[in-house]
Design a protein around this ligand. Structure first.
Ligand code: BG6
Length: 498
């Protein structure tokens, strides 16, 4: 699935260069790409931020993060080489003068290199700045080369349908859709990309990948982490906006989509859009039956006492924000009619588990004698995204020595064991794709919009009705009881017990 050719010379402009996202994820990923020789030979990273810093101070700030992994980065020749490509402009991101300065700097680089370069504009800033940055880039004529100028944005892309549309209008005023790269970092994860390979590079799965054989699908993204230092952002978002609207919907699309004709950005995204179109709406009167919310109280994680959500820094003491969300969805099309897709995600759960479990129908007639309780679980294929990246098939065999007693066993494929190399981080994959101009792993506007549209009745109903039972799950538990009922009424369970 290697889709890249040698990347063209690139001017990479990082808005919000002194901020947390740049420090934690973007610059470390760019540095890894540099070490692995995946960056173009001519690459210039231009940080832009309010902080009055010089490039040396900025480099020292980045080095602190990289040193966390035990590297003696300051003495590393490669780090020195990477830092030579680093420039910095300090100024207000709303000020047009900053963009004139940027243009001058970019032109100087192009003159020095005697070539026109690609331009990547990465907005590692709070979303309220997206519109200002995009229109300033436009007014400075920095957007004009449709093939070579790209803008990268990251969630939160709005907090509802209307605010997403407003952000999108601002981006598209100057930039064309194919210049806009909307990051969902889950799509950069190796196992997530592997869903398509598993389904469409093997002939054995596709014939059983439909309502005739699949009983239901369960998607879980559970984290032991709480909201850490992000309380003030999270308290205005909640689990549905933070995780379901983007990451879990993307996973659902990859599981449910039809095969693309070619492995190409538009074809893949069209097939995902077909899924979004087919999702059965959740009218307000069905929200109670098809959606569950939860908030964690105090509890224990890995032997440590952790506070309740309402006691976290930045969170209102009477907050009604959900830290857990579960949904029951249906894809109303020929392939999936009436197969439930259960989605759940939560903070401060008992374990870090991200996985997609495809449960197959029971055999039509069971000739074997009734087996132990364990055997009531179905045959299932589990695609594990975290913590370890693996694919596991659960199926039945005869227990040794017994006449006909069955036992459920597992057949495992583990990425690390098979390939013996660490997989690239999601940001390495996605940044490499941005530089290569490959948008397959990025979200198109229509898909983001369709996801907001689907979830709006749930968001509205939840904001109109105060939860009376919050906190309704203890930190370190498996989430609220109502989520178990969501599946149990259909005779199913989440299977992954915490
Ligand atoms: C982010 C959410 O998008 O994804 C976080 O904002 C969440 O709340 C994170 O913790 C999970 O991503 P990962 O890659 O750590 O599993």
């Amino acid at each position: 699935m290697e889709r890249r050719t040698h990347p063209q010379s690139t001017l990479f402009v990082l808005f919000g260069a002194a901020g947390d996202l740049s420090w934690r994820l973007i610059v470390p990923a760019l540095y890894r790409l540099y070490i692995d020789k995946h960056l173009p030979d001519r690459f210039h990273l231009i940080g832009v931020d309010r902080m009055p810093l010089g490039p040396e101070e900025l480099a020292r700030h980045y080095a602190e993060k990289l040193a966390e992994s035990g590297e003696d980065i300051e003495k590393d020749e490669r780090w020195a080489g990477f830092c030579r490509s680093l420039g910095y402009i300090s100024g207000d991101l709303k000020d047009p003068a900053v963009y004139r300065q940027l243009r001058t700097l970019m032109q100087a680089r192009e003159q020095e290199w005697r070539e026109s370069c690609q331009q990547v504009y990465y907005m590692a800033t709070p979303p309220f700045l997206f519109a200002d940055i995009a229109s300033n880039l436009g007014r400075a004529q920095l957007h004009r080369d449709r093939k070579r100028a790209r803008i990268v944005v990251e969630k939160p892309l709005g907090r509802d349908l209307a605010s997403f549309q407003a952000i999108n209008r601002a981006l598209t005023e100057y930039f064309h859709e194919n210049q806009i790269y909307r990051i969902d970092h889950f799509l950069g994860k190796e196992t997530v990309q592997n869903i398509l390979a598993l389904r469409f590079a093997n002939s054995i799965f596709e014939p059983i990948w439909d309502r005739r054989y699949v009983d239901h699908v369960a998607i879980t993204v559970a984290e032991t982490l709480g909201v850490e230092h992000r309380g003030s952002y999270y308290d205005h978002a909640g689990a549905l906006r933070d995780m379901v609207q983007n990451h879990l919907m993307q996973l659902l699309c990859l599981v449910a989509m039809e095969p693309p004709a070619v492995y190409d950005a538009d074809d893949i995204r069209n097939r995902k859009m077909d899924v979004m179109h087919a999702l059965r709406p959740i009218p307000p009167e069905q929200v109670a039956q098809r959606a569950v919310r939860g908030q964690y109280g105090a509890g224990w994680i890995n032997g440590c006492r952790v506070p309740a959500y309402r006691e976290e820094p930045g969170v209102a003491p009477d907050s009604d924000t959900e830290t857990y969300a579960a949904l029951k969805l249906y894809v109303d099309n020929w392939r999936w009619q009436d197969v439930p897709f259960y989605l759940r995600t939560g903070k401060r759960m008992a374990a870090d588990v991200s996985e997609i479990s495809i449960r197959f129908r029971p055999v039509p007639h069971r000739a074997f004698p009734a087996a132990g309780s364990e055997d009531t679980h179905p045959v299932a294929l589990t695609l594990r995204i975290q913590p370890e990246e693996s694919i596991v098939l659960h199926f039945f065999v005869k227990e040794p020595g017994s006449r006909a007693r069955l036992r459920r066993v597992r057949m495992d494929f583990n990425y690390l064991d098979a390939f013996k190399v660490a997989t690239p981080t999601a940001y390495e994959t996605l940044l490499r794709d941005v530089i290569a101009g490959d948008a397959s792993l990025f979200m198109r506007a229509d898909q983001v919009e369709a996801s907001w549209r689907l979830l709006m009745p749930v968001l509205d109903t939840w904001s109109d009705t105060k939860p009376t039972d919050f906190p309704n799950y203890a930190a370190g538990s498996g989430g609220p009881e109502a989520a178990n009922i969501l599946t149990a009424v259909d005779g199913h369970s989440w299977l992954t017990a915490f």
